[in-house]
Design a binder for this molecule. Structure first.
Ligand code: NAD
Ligand code: ZN
Length: 243
């Protein structure tokens, strides 16, 4: 746990901020019980996420990929938001211009009350039709796999961004705009190795923003951060906002 002095400096940066971006990754949901990809619980039936979360894997074996997503959806449906998610929702109410950019697909930020959320890797609770391109909310835990589109009968896929795919241009534009105008970025629980998100803190830094990092361990972002708070997000973030 970082010393009180460091937390106080973080609170002061936050109090002065007029435009903030919080950038979150799997680590913010870890204490809710959602496994991170790179942690030891990231494997499913001995497959790594890199072997399943790709368009090639889906083309080869849509059933297998869907089984993995249904397993993850079942897991996420059971978990609760944690104090870290709630603290970020509280930050949004304090700062005039606040945007939460998340790589998470679990929907927990919205459940915690965050409003300005850009889910740049999509949502595990939506499907995308490979044929007609329709995106739909879908929270069914008992799906016939692989599911098909009720409009055009093509295969449905999870509406998430897979390795090797590009991000939605509209969401990317909104994220880039928020990052360019922020004076403070808080980077929480992301390994900082998945592009293009990994570059976001560097862009903010180049534009003059201060960076606070919250993670269990140091990452590539640490070297450009004003403050690195090492510890669990659900314990540290609540200490940065007034009760
Ligand atoms: P990652 O698994 O690569 O890294 C997780 C990071 O969180 C690590 O740096 C780790 O040190 C840190 N961490 C773990 N527990 C923490 C805690 N309690 N408090 C603070 N930090 C903690 O995740 P990533 O960087 O988000 O990138 C992987 C990709 O995986 C993303 O594209 C994301 O879409 C996807 N993913 C999403 C979820 C989810 O929606 N919850 C879960 C796993 C993976
Ligand atoms: Zn369709």
């Amino acid at each position: 746990m970082p010393e009180e002095q460091l937390l106080e400096e973080a609170r002061q940066l936050i109090a002065r901020s007029q435009a903030m971006v919080a950038l979150t990754g799997a680590g913010i949901s870890a204490e809710s019980g959602v496994p991170t990809f790179r942690g030891k619980e990231g494997l499913w039936k001995n497959y790594s996420p890199e072997e399943l979360a790709t368009p090639q894997a889906f083309a080869r074996n849509p059933l297998l990929v869907w089984e993995w997503y249904q397993w993850r959806r079942g897991l996420i449906a059971k978990v609760k938001v944690n104090a870290g998610h709630l603290a970020l929702a509280q930050l949004e109410r304090m700062v005039p211009d606040f945007t939460l950019v998340t790589q998470n697909v679990d929907g927990l930020h919205g459940l915690a009350g965050s409003k300005q959320v850009l889910e740049i890797h999509g949502s595990i609770w939506k499907t995308l039709c490979a044929g007609c391109g329709e995106t739909r909310e879908n929270r069914e835990l008992e799906l016939e796999l692989p599911p098909r589109c009720s409009r055009c009968d093509s295969l449905l896929r999870p509406a998430v961004v897979w390795f090797g795919e590009s991000l939605d241009q509209e969401i990317m534009a909104l994220a880039t705009a928020a990052i360019s105008r922020c004076d403070l970025m808080i980077v929480v629980g992301t390994s900082g190795v998945v592009q293009p998100v990994a570059s976001f803190p560097f862009i903010a830094r180049d534009k003059g923003a201060a960076i606070i990092e919250v993670n269990l361990e140091r990452t590539p972002v640490s070297s450009i951060s004003n403050l690195v708070l090492l510890g669990k997000a659900a314990q540290l973030l609540p200490r940065l906002v007034p009760p």
